[in-house]
Design a binder for this molecule. Structure first.
Ligand code: ATP
Length: 235
């Protein structure tokens, strides 16, 4: 479904991605793990057209999207939940959700999807009239994911959904990610919380200073001594 092939991305003279290749197949949850500054967010921004790579190609459903605008990539079915959530603080929960559906022209479908989001996150239903900026961190993350679902993506990109959240909230959010995937959405999950990410993902890539250092099924990575020592804090 998604393929990155030999991607090199620079910030001025900083060589942030040094030949990243990865694949996400339809129906999978794939996780990209790595330490701070490894290039995880840069990978997401490159694949959805926010930053242009100097070299390499990005293909989505067989189409070369390396030079395609972010707006067109969204229209093709790729939606990102950015790190730090970026919800609209002065809009209510329901208004934020509707912003996610701004490209859609099927009001009945949008209404049905609002109910779907409220089914996934009952907390948001209770707070539908509350301003986004007054929600807790966990609720804002739920809203950011809910807003992305409203675009009906076929590929959902999540950038560190666990960031700064209590373990119980993270568990709830990861359960929802699994449900979204089971309902047919392919997921690329960027996470520093390798333990949680590998427990829900089918496969993973470990990024180290701009390069794919290891890849395998989640089971293989969870059993890999290097991953256990460096990312899981285990012997
Ligand atoms: P984190 O988990 O901390 O978000 P990450 O793996 O997502 O880390 P990136 O944010 O992709 O890492 O950063 C990769 C490298 O690119 C880092 O060395 C970072 O300092 C650098 N970088 C990121 N954004 C910029 C920018 N706008 N200008 C210059 N350098 C940048």
């Amino acid at each position: 479904m998604l393929k990155l092939d030999g991607i090199h991305t620079f910030y001025g003279s900083i060589h942030a991605l040094k030949g990243v290749s990865l694949e996400v197949n339809q129906g999978e949850i794939v996780t990209l793990i790595g330490a701070n500054g490894a290039g995880k967010s840069t990978t997401l921004m490159t694949l959805c057209g926010v930053i242009r790579p100097k070299q390499g190609t990005v293909t989505f459903n067989g189409q070369d999207i390396t030079r395609v605008s972010t707006e067109k990539i969204v229209k093709l079915g790729v939606t990102q939940v950015p790190e730090g959530r970026m919800i609209f603080p002065r809009l209510t929960v329901i208004e934020n959700l509707r912003m996610g559906a701004y490209l859609r022209r099927d009001p009945d479908g949008v209404k049905a999807d609002e109910e779907k989001v409220f089914g996934l996150f009952p907390r948001l239903k209770e707070r539908r009239g509350q301003y986004g900026g007054t929600l807790s961190g966990g609720e804002q993350q739920m809203l950011a994911i809910g807003r992305a679902i409203m675009a009906r993506p076929s590929l959902l990109l999540l950038d560190e959904p666990s960031l700064g959240l209590a373990p119980i909230v993270v568990e709830n959010i990861f359960d929802v990610i699994v449900n979204i995937n089971k309902a047919g959405t392919t997921v690329l999950l960027v996470e520093q919380n390798a333990q949680m990410a590998l427990h829900i993902a089918h496969r993973g890539y470990v990024l180290t200073t701009g390069e794919v250092h290891l890849t395998g099924t989640s089971k293989e990575l969870l059993e890999n001594p290097q991953v256990r020592a460096a990312y899981l804090g285990l012997e």
